[in-house]
Design a protein around this ligand. Structure first.
Ligand SMILES: NC(=O)c1ccc[n+]([C@@H]2O[C@H](COP(=O)([O-])OP(=O)(O)OC[C@H]3O[C@@H](n4cnc5c(N)ncnc54)[C@H](O)[C@@H]3O)[C@@H](O)[C@H]2O)c1
Length: 245
């Protein structure tokens, strides 16, 4: 029986690449997103390639929608083996203009959702006595441009949530790790300038597939000695001194 993965934010960008890599590794892939149009397009694309995929509409900022996602997943496929908490929104707003509603929306989408969905999925992973969760954080958890308070706080929270969950869910044999990407270009890679690539110690901007392959690696049962970890994937940018000479 093929394992099942839920990928949130799977209709576009990094989530789409994650869904594709799991699908080509013989997972049943649940595509969870608010974007129905692109979600169904991806579902159809994967099915036409002979892969297993099901789009399920889910607004991860809504606890009821999260419960429904898990219920519908189990109706379609019998197990949940891997969860990738990838859905996120990034909005940069001056602190004096950041409303309580907007703060809550960003934190509920980027941070609370990962807690709620993992909590909902764990009892089902427990049945198969194994499981793996990856939270997609950001290097903005540890460094900032201005006006990123809510986003930075949500991603810092995700890094902390990850090690707490890893320790809590050890009794269920579930590993929880996070990935902190730097600049991952989800648009047309050919439009990037030389300076965009050259500033990275790796001499290139990241691609969604970089994150996708890391998700596959971290959730491989053979790699379960990696647990509670934060994998930074930024081409070396957070290791680079930036003094100007
Ligand atoms: N692209 C980058 O450079 C980068 C860097 C660091 C971290 N990240 C993180 O990676 C993740 C994916 O980013 P991306 O660049 O692919 O973004 P994206 O905007 O291309 O895709 C995000 C997806 O999440 C979905 N989504 C948004 N709100 C949702 C909700 N409430 N419920 C369900 N789905 C929702 C969107 O519809 C979209 O399909 C995010 O968590 C982001 O913070 C991205």
């Amino acid at each position: 029986m093929n394992p099942t993965v839920i990928v949130t934010g799977a209709s576009n960008g990094i989530g789409k690449a994650i869904a594709k890599v799991f699908a080509s590794n013989y997972f049943n892939v649940v595509l969870a997103d608010v974007d129905e149009e692109n979600g169904f397009l991806l579902q159809d694309e994967l099915l036409s390639e002979g892969r297993q995929a099901q789009f399920i509409r889910c607004d991860v900022s809504d606890p009821k929608s999260i419960q429904n996602l898990v219920k519908e997943t189990l109706k379609r496929y019998s197990t949940i083996d891997v969860l990738i908490n990838n859905a996120g929104i990034s909005e940069f707003i001056r602190p004096d203009e950041l409303s309580v509603e907007k703060w809550d929306q960003i934190l509920n989408t980027n941070l609370r959702a990962s807690f709620l969905l993992t909590r909902e999925v764990v009892p089902h992973m427990k049945k198969t006595k194994k499981g793996s969760v990856v939270n997609i954080a950001s290097t903005r958890a540890i460094m900032s441009e201005k006006n990123s308070e809510a986003y930075a706080a949500s991603k810092g929270g995700l890094q902390a949530l990850t090690h707490a969950q890893a320790v809590s869910h050890s009794k269920e044999n579930i590993t929880v790790n996070c990935i902190s990407p730097g600049w991952i270009h989800t648009g047309d890679y050919n439009q990037l300038r030389d300076i965009d690539h050259e500033q990275h110690p790796s001499k290139r901007v990241g691609k969604p597939e970089d994150v996708a392959r890391a998700c596959l690696f971290l959730t491989d049962p053979e790699n379960d000695f990696i647990n509670g970890e934060n994998l930074v994937m930024d081409g070396g940018m957070t290791r680079k001194m930036i003094y100007e000479h």
